[in-house]
Each structure stands twice: as structure tokens, then as C-alpha cells.
Design a protein around this ligand. Structure first.
Ligand SMILES: *[C@@H]1O[C@H](CO)[C@@H](O)[C@H](O)[C@H]1NC(C)=O
Ligand SMILES: *[C@@H]1O[C@H](CO)[C@@H](O)[C@H](O)[C@H]1NC(C)=O
Ligand SMILES: *[C@@H]1O[C@H](CO)[C@@H](O)[C@H](O)[C@H]1NC(C)=O
Ligand SMILES: *[C@@H]1O[C@H](CO)[C@@H](O)[C@H](O)[C@H]1NC(C)=O
Ligand SMILES: *[C@@H]1O[C@H](CO)[C@@H](O)[C@H](O)[C@H]1NC(C)=O
Ligand SMILES: *[C@@H]1O[C@H](CO)[C@@H](O)[C@H](O)[C@H]1NC(C)=O
Ligand SMILES: *[C@@H]1O[C@H](CO)[C@@H](O)[C@H](O)[C@H]1NC(C)=O
Ligand SMILES: *[C@@H]1O[C@H](CO)[C@@H](O)[C@H](O)[C@H]1NC(C)=O
Length: 328
């Protein structure tokens, strides 16, 4: 008799929690599509809200639904239950993330990287979590500062008016605006996003997506494309200058591996003066300026923390000079 009643209690608890979430988002007219989406199919509500710790759900707005349909010509549901569930898991941040966590300090200058519930290897093949400087079993999203130099102001505005926005970097180099409203439900917090998050793709596809075609070409030249995509947990430093220029094929391999660090290393938690060993056994030294700008040796990060299924890509303004990173 005890077991059924326990099961019943758990089911009731789940129901109450999911009702709490649906009630909470129903207070926002711009979230009515998502409420309808969950009401239409309780399986999705069960997936989304099946968590024990306090979470932050990034709720897609009505325009996220319309835009998705506009751009792809089909509804999000038509992706099929497996993919939809993965997307919902990616929308669930495994932490309580409020406006206060994004304001001030390193978070305001360099943004934050947060783990999600997305653990499927296809989208999260980052190796042992101990290899990364962000300990998360699930794939991550990168939340960049609202806008350089103005972060604090717009976040203060958020606290006052509940309308500040910031950017969430997700898979395939895509991003979405996040409206920080600090919505509350029984299982945590919710914030609003204007796009569905894009599931992460492999390293070279992601490089192509963010316009680094010459780098994927260079990897093809030395036949390392599959190797890079099969690294479980990697940091790719990706210069915007053509890495292959003036380099013969034999040294291209060394140049490429001197831009590779094992384990996904996110700039948001790096320390000034910290060093990493590249795959070519050269030393890469991190410099962090007062305004939050990050450098690797003499190259500046122009776009950090682009999420790939097997790691992270930091785009640099130039390639690392091998002579400058000789072994200590
Ligand atoms: C929910 O189902 C109704 C009726 O089938 C449909 O009109 C509506 O578009 C669905 N909502 C979403 C968000 O899919
Ligand atoms: C909820 O999560 C547990 C453990 O993570 C899992 O075993 C169960 O199948 C999940 N239930 C649903 C409805 O997704
Ligand atoms: C979707 O397309 C319609 C018609 O082209 C347009 O009026 C609307 O603004 C679009 N909505 C979004 C969110 O892109
Ligand atoms: C609800 O989602 C499940 C998979 O999670 C799917 O099998 C089922 O067909 C869906 N039901 C409706 C009414 O869309
Ligand atoms: C969520 O965070 C908790 C506590 O840090 C951790 O134990 C758990 O494995 C995490 N889950 C995922 C899917 O990352
Ligand atoms: C390219 O590398 C793969 C292993 O990643 C290997 O199997 C293949 O033979 C190589 N091709 C050439 C042309 O060297
Ligand atoms: C991933 O990488 C391989 C090359 O290693 C490529 O052929 C493949 O199409 C890529 N994309 C996906 C989604 O697997
Ligand atoms: C780097 O050093 C390690 C350990 O000393 C060694 O096993 C590895 O072969 C070296 N790699 C290169 C590219 O020299």
C-alpha cells in the first residue's frame, strides 16, 4: 500500500509543480504560445519540469514560435519528440540565474557560462567534466554582457523595470536575446528568450557557421577535420586571419595544434596570468584587462565562448605567434 501512495504523491507533486510553472508564465501574455505548447502535450511539460534542484527556464516568447515557423517553414513540434525534448533540456539552466548574478564583477564584464540539462552525447561530447574550468555534466550556454561598457546600466534598468536584455550564446554560433524578468515558480526562476536555442553542432560545422571557413579548409588540407570533431572536450583558438597563409603543409599541423587546448576552457572564469599548454606543448598565457578584454599571448579574443558539441571556440584577432610561445 505504501508504494502506490508514494507514487501518487510524487505524481501529484509533479502536477502541482508543472501547474505552478504554467500559472506563473500565464501572467505574461507574450508567453501564451509556450503555455499552450505545454498544455497541448503533457509529455513536454514532464520533461521540462522533471528536475530536483532549483533551475532557470529560458521560456521562448510568442515571437520565438512565430519566427521559428517563419524561418523554417514548420513548427517546433514537427522536429519530433526526441529533438524537442533535447531543446527543452537546453532551455533548462542547472542553476538559479537572476539579474543580480549577471550584474557587477566578472559576470558583468565577461559574461557567465551556465550548465544546462542537455546531456545527450550528440550535443554534449565534452569529455570528463573535470577537464573543464566549468564543472558541468550538461552542455552549457554563454551569457554575454548586455553591451560593452553599458552592462551595469542596462542591468540596473532590469532590476527597476524588468526589461533589460542580454545575449545567450548557444549552439552553431547562434544567439538570442534574453529578457531578464526574474520570474518565479515553485521549481526556480524563469527568464524570457526571443528565439529557440540552437542545439550545438560539431567543431568544424560551428567554425563554418561563424565564418571561419579558411580554418576548416586548413584542417581539411592536413586531414584533421575528423580528428578535431572527435576530440572529447577541446578549446579551439580560432584566428580570423588565414592560419595557412605562408605556412607549408608540414608546419600547418604544428600551427593548428598550437591553437588547441584540451578540455573546454571558458574565458568567463579564467584568471589573469593563468597558463595553458597547447597540443603542440607551447605555453599560452592568459591576460585579462581591467575592462574584461581577454588575450591569449598577443592575440585578442574578439568573440569568446562559442559553444560546439565537443567544446568551445574563442575567435582571436590574429594567430598565435609560435616564436612567442616557445616552451619555458
Ligand atoms: C495547441 O493545440 C491547438 C489545437 O490543436 C493548436 O491550435 C495550437 O496551435 C497548439 N499550440 C501550440 C503552441 O502548438
Ligand atoms: C525524470 O528524471 C528521471 C531521472 O533523471 C528519469 O529517470 C525519468 O525518466 C524522468 N521522467 C520524465 C517524465 O522525463
Ligand atoms: C513572420 O512573418 C510574417 C509575415 O511575413 C511577419 O509579418 C512577421 O513579422 C514575422 N514574425 C516574426 C516574429 O518574424
Ligand atoms: C506528445 O509528445 C509525445 C512525445 O513526447 C508524442 O509521442 C505525442 O504524439 C505527442 N502528442 C501530441 C498530441 O502531440
Ligand atoms: C546540476 O547541478 C548539480 C549540482 O551541481 C549536479 O550534481 C548535477 O549533476 C547537475 N546536472 C546536470 C545535468 O548538469
Ligand atoms: C585522414 O585521416 C583519417 C583518420 O582521421 C585516416 O583514416 C585517413 O586515412 C586519412 N586520409 C588521408 C588521405 O591521409
Ligand atoms: C561533423 O563533422 C563531420 C566531419 O568530421 C562532417 O562530415 C559532419 O557532417 C559534421 N556535422 C554533423 C552534424 O555531424
Ligand atoms: C608534448 O609533451 C608530452 C609529454 O611530455 C608528449 O607526450 C607529447 O608527445 C608532446 N607533444 C608534442 C606535439 O610534442
Amino acid at each position: 500500500m505504501k508504494l502506490p501512495s508514494l507514487l501518487l504523491l510524487t505524481a501529484l507533486f509533479r502536477l502541482a509543480r508543472s501547474q505552478s510553472f504554467i500559472d506563473a508564465i500565464s501572467a505574461f501574455p507574450q508567453l501564451s504560445s509556450f503555455a499552450s505548447f505545454l498544455n497541448n502535450n503533457t509529455t513536454y511539460a514532464a520533461t521540462l519540469l522533471n528536475v530536483t534542484r532549483s533551475q532557470t527556464i529560458l521560456v521562448p516568447s510568442n515571437s520565438a514560435f512565430t519566427e521559428y515557423r517563419n524561418v523554417t517553414g514548420h513548427s517546433i513540434e514537427s522536429l519530433g519528440p526526441d529533438t524537442v525534448q533535447r531543446i527543452l533540456q537546453y532551455h533548462t539552466l542547472n542553476a538559479t540565474l537572476k539579474s543580480g548574478d549577471l550584474a557587477g564583477g566578472a559576470a558583468a564584464q565577461r559574461g557567465v557560462v551556465v550548465g544546462t540539462q542537455l546531456v545527450d552525447k550528440r550535443y554534449n561530447d565534452r569529455g570528463k567534466w573535470g577537464n573543464s574550468n566549468i564543472k558541468s555534466p550538461g552542455q552549457v550556454v554563454y551569457i554575454s554582457p548586455a553591451s560593452a561598457g553599458k552592462t551595469r546600466r542596462s542591468l540596473e534598468l532590469a532590476t527597476r523595470q524588468g526589461s533589460a536584455t542580454t545575449t545567450v550564446g548557444t549552439g552553431a554560433g547562434s544567439s538570442t536575446t534574453m529578457n531578464i524578468i526574474d520570474g518565479v515558480w515553485d521549481g526556480g526562476i524563469f527568464q524570457i528568450v526571443d528565439h529557440f536555442l540552437t542545439l550545438p553542432t560539431n567543431c568544424t560545422d560551428t567554425m563554418d557557421d561563424i565564418g571561419l571557413k579558411y580554418l576548416t579548409t586548413a584542417l581539411n588540407v592536413v586531414n584533421e577535420t575528423d580528428e578535431w570533431n572527435s576530440f572529447q572536450g577541446v578549446t579551439c583558438l580560432a584566428p580570423t586571419t588565414d592560419i595557412a597563409q605562408g605556412t607549408d603543409a608540414s608546419s600547418l599541423t604544428t600551427v593548428l595544434s598550437s591553437h588547441t587546448i584540451r578540455g573546454p576552457q571558458y574565458t568567463t572564469v579564467m584568471q589573469d596570468g593563468q597558463t595553458f599548454l597547447s597540443d603542440a606543448n607551447t605555453t599560452i598565457t592568459v591576460k585579462i584587462e581591467k575592462d574584461g578584454t581577454v588575450w591569449f599571448n598577443d592575440a585578442k579574443v574578439v568573440r569568446g565562448n562559442v559553444v560546439a558539441n565537443n567544446g568551445v571556440i574563442h575567435v582571436l584577432d590574429k594567430h598565435l605567434d609560435l616564436d612567442l610561445q616557445a616552451n619555458e
